[in-house]
Structures are given as structure tokens and as C-alpha cells.
Write a protein that binds this ligand. Structure first.
Ligand SMILES: [Zn+2]
Length: 488
């Protein structure tokens, strides 16, 4: 009997503009995959609104459906990032008994350690790349290869002809960074920034001052956070970034007029805590027009919670961040598991690639034969053009799958390592960030916290709860993971 699954399709509006990820394409790819893998798709859920809008009615409908239909044991998606935009989505599905997630273009890690890595990866990539809003593609198939930056260096960089890569201009790079900081963090308009940038010393290569237009262009150029925009697409660059992605994103928000409302900017920790005395929310007030204090809403009358200055509150969260730091030993053990997984995944990808090539050859052969038939008058011109358009469509789908396979989006070794290093650096990062950025990290780690006096009791999101609780390593460390398949 065929295995019963549901299919989930999501496309954001900006992606629909580009080819390859349309609803129709995904639908067809999923159908092809299901047919080839003995899967019976009992229902398809299609989400088509913009990914930046909150709420995903079809995803919720799917969960409801899955809870009712115990005979359905899988969710088929085109790519993991189509399915789970955040860790909560991912873990809700993970926790359903007997449910597996099937990705058409990725072989997902198996076993507890693999899932742990995938879910950390989902959480961290959400934190660090969500706002960029543009898909970063690796430069594998493009002109923008190592050193291939085709134009003159923008302000803040110099061309290094020898190494063929952009280098930060030692004099101008720190000024560019400062301009980003001022724009993103201060209550300043673009027009006001012109004068400010001038006084900070920002100049073009020929020594000119940047007017509003060029300054707008500078702030909107992802090159400064390490990416290259070339012919409408964004690629990972090889050059050293001048600003962090977070800072770049904040500047973009402000350029697009999407900066946070004043209250949210002023009271970033609001919404993170409830009061330990009475269960009301913890809110904030501005005292004497400049000091931010957090306190209970006292919705049920007075309680024992006192006023806490924002800086002290920020410090209270520090141990919370420190608790999810992975030790070097843990990182080593997890990486060993990932390497084993990686070998298996690579073999999987190779065999899928062979299968796609075989199908592609088949299409070519059928087309050649039909063309002969057309020439000999065996089939009509009309019949030929119907067949031809079907085959072209199939070729496009196969090529799209091959590209995706080549780009390989599963948590690769280097991505996983970068993720772990990020967690390792989290406490230090936390210390150096402004409150608003700290809260972004906290929101990825915590679902809620209870504040009682100066004691903070955090509730971690999965999988950070495991790290923080230091639960017995057998739960997620590889080596002791019975679910891991033997390699070889
Ligand atoms: Zn209270």
C-alpha cells in the first residue's frame, strides 16, 4: 500500500516574480516526486501570501488535518525552508508521533543529532538572514566568482588587482561603518545624514562629498555586509564585510520606512516576560523623559514586583544566553556526527543526480524520435507541438532540481560549524550589542520568562532547552545515538 502524506507548498510574492519557485512548479515537482516514491498525496496545502506577513492559515489547517488523520505519516515539501520558517513550526511537526518530513530537494538528517542540528540551524538562520529578504545564492555558476567583482570598488573598498578581491579601505571603511550605525541607530533622516556623513569624513575616491542620492545607494548596497548584488541576484562574496548583516538589515528597514515603531524601539524587552508575583505582563515606562524602567502592568492590582532599569534587565538576561553556549567538546562531538551524516547525504545526492540525468536523457531521446516521426509525417504538426511543450516543461523542472541539488541546502558541515561557533560566541555578541539586537537573540532562544524581583526564570524554545538544561548527552549527542545509521 502506498504511504499517505500531505503536501505543503509555499511561495512568497517576491519569489513568484522570479521563475522556478512558482506554485505550479512546486506542485509539479512534488507530484513527480510522489509518483516516483510510492507516496499517495491525500491533500495539498498551498500558502501563497508574502512570507513577511505573519500568520500562515494553510500551515495551521494542515496541522489540524494531520492531528485528525492518523493514517497520514508524512509532510512532503519542496525544500525545508518552504515548510518551516521558524523553529516552532519545525518542532510542532517533529513532535507529532510517527510523522516525518520529506523534502524533495534535500535529504534531511536522520537521527536525533541530525534533527538537533537542523533545528538549531533553522533557528539561527532565521535570526541572521530573515530580514535580508533576498535569497543568497552561492556563486558556483556565475561570473561573480572569487575575485570576479566586475566593477570598480565602491566607497569603503579598494580593488586589489593582485588577489582580485575587494579589500576594505583602511581609511574609509571605518567611516562607512560609522555612517551605517548613525543612520540605523539614531533618529536621523537621510537628508540630515548628508551633513553628518560629511563631518564624519565620508568621501568618494575623487574626494567628493556624497549627496542624498549616492548616500541612499551606499546604504542599500549589500556589498557592505559581505554580499554581492549582480544582475539582480545576490551572491555570497569573498570579501571582508564592513558592517554586520544585522546592522545592514536595520538600515534597510529604515530606508524602506519599516523601522520599528517608537515604543518598540524604546522598550525592546517588552513582551518577553511575565510577572512572577501575579502573572501579569511586564511592561515599560519612560521616567523623566529619558530613563527606561520595566515593571508589572499590575493588571490584578498591586504586587511585589518593583521597577527595574533597562540596563539591569539586560544584564539579568546574560546568564540566559550564556547557558546555551556549547562547549568545545560538545561542538567536536556534534561535528563528528555531522561528518558521518554528510557522507551519507553526499552519496544520496549523487544517486539522485544520476536519476535526474537519466530522465533528462530519456526526454531528449523521446523528442528526437518524435521529431523523426514528424518529419516522416507519422505525427501531425499539432501533435508535435503539444509533445514538444510538455517535454520542454519537464526539462525545465529537471534542470531546476539539478541546480537545487548542486546548491545543496541541507545543513552542510561548514554551515553547522558556523552555527555552533555562533552559539559559542553568543554571550560575547550579546554583551556588545545594543538592547534591540540583544532582544532579537533572546526571542530566538526564549518563549517566555518569569521575572520575580531580580530573579529571571527563562523558558527556552526547543532545542535550546536541551542545551540549557544540560540534559543527559545521550539525548542528542552522536555516538550514543541509536538512531544513527552505520556508515560505510
Ligand atoms: Zn505583578
Amino acid at each position: 500500500m502506498k504511504r499517505r502524506v500531505v503536501a505543503y507548498i509555499r511561495v512568497s510574492t517576491e519569489e513568484q516574480a522570479t521563475h522556478g519557485y512558482s506554485i505550479e512548479t512546486q506542485r509539479q515537482l512534488l507530484a513527480d516526486y510522489a509518483a516516483g516514491h510510492d507516496l499517495d498525496v491525500v491533500r495539498t496545502f498551498e500558502e501563497s501570501h508574502s512570507a513577511h506577513k505573519p500568520g500562515r492559515p494553510e500551515f495551521s489547517a494542515m496541522l489540524k488535518f494531520l492531528r485528525k488523520r492518523k493514517d497520514v505519516t508524512g509532510v512532503l515539501c519542496y525544500k525545508l525552508d518552504r515548510l518551516s520558517r521558524n523553529l516552532q513550526d519545525y518542532s510542532v511537526l517533529e513532535e507529532m508521533e510517527g510523522m516525518s518530513i520529506i523534502s524533495v530537494t534535500e535529504s534531511l538528517p536522520e537521527g536525533a543529532s541530525g534533527r538537533f542540528v537542523a533545528s538549531i540551524h533553522a533557528a539561527v538562520s532565521r535570526l541572521y538572514s530573515d530580514q535580508l529578504g533576498e535569497r543568497v545564492r552561492h556563486a558556483a555558476n556565475t561570473k561573480v566568482r572569487r575575485g570576479g567583482w566586475p566593477g570598480p570598488a565602491p566607497t569603503g573598498y579598494v580593488n586589489d588587482r593582485e588577489a582580485k578581491v575587494l579589500l576594505p579601505d583602511p581609511e574609509m571603511a571605518p567611516i562607512v561603518r560609522r555612517v551605517f550605525e548613525v543612520y540605523a541607530n539614531e533618529d536621523i533622516s537621510l537628508s540630515q545624514l548628508v551633513g553628518r556623513a560629511k563631518s564624519l569624513g565620508l568621501r568618494t575616491r575623487s574626494g567628493g562629498v556624497l549627496s542624498k542620492g549616492p548616500l541612499h545607494k551606499l546604504l542599500g548596497n549589500p556589498i557592505y555586509c559581505g554580499l554581492l548584488r549582480y544582475e539582480g541576484k545576490v551572491y555570497q562574496g569573498e570579501h571582508e564585510p564592513i558592517v554586520s548583516k544585522a546592522l545592514y538589515n536595520r538600515a534597510q528597514d529604515k530606508l524602506r520606512g519599516r523601522s520599528h515603531p517608537l515604543t518598540k524601539r524604546r522598550f525592546p524587552y517588552r513582551g518577553l516576560m511575565t510577572c512572577g508575583y501575579c502573572g501579569c505582563r511586564i511592561t515599560a515606562s519612560l521616567i523623566k523623559g529619558k530613563y527606561v524602567y520595566y515593571h508589572c502592568t499590575h493588571g490584578k492590582g498591586k504586587c511585589g514586583q518593583s521597577y527595574l532599569p533597562q540596563d539591569s534587565l539586560g544584564e539579568l538576561f546574560f546568564p540566559v544566553v550564556e547557558a546555551v553556549r556549547l562547549s568545545e567538546e560538545q561542538v567536536r562531538a556534534l561535528m563528528a556526527g555531522i561528518r558521518r551524516e554528510g557522507g551519507r547525504r553526499k552519496r544520496d545526492a549523487e544517486s539522485r543526480m544520476r536519476e535526474l540525468r537519466r530522465q533528462l536523457t530519456e526526454v531528449t531521446q523521446m523528442r528526437d524520435k518524435a521529431y523523426e516521426d514528424k518529419l516522416r509525417g507519422v505525427i501531425s504538426d499539432e501533435r508535435w507541438s503539444t509533445l514538444e511543450s510538455n517535454w520542454s516543461a519537464k526539462e525545465d523542472r529537471l534542470s531546476a532540481q539539478m541546480v537545487d541539488l548542486e546548491l545543496g541546502t541541507g545543513p552542510a558541515e561548514d554551515e553547522a560549524l558556523a552555527t555552533f561557533e555562533l552559539l559559542e560566541r553568543a554571550p560575547r555578541l550579546y554583551r556588545t550589542q545594543p538592547h534591540e539586537e540583544r532582544v532579537r537573540l533572546l526571542k530566538a532562544l526564549l518563549s517566555n520568562s518569569i521575572l520575580m524581583g531580580k530573579n529571571l526564570d527563562p523558558f527556552y524554545r526547543k532545542p535550546f532547552d536541551l542545551v540549557a538544561e544540560g540534559v543527559s548527552r545521550s539525548l542528542w549527542l552522536p555516538g550514543e545515538d541509536s538512531n544513527l545509521q552505520p556508515t560505510g
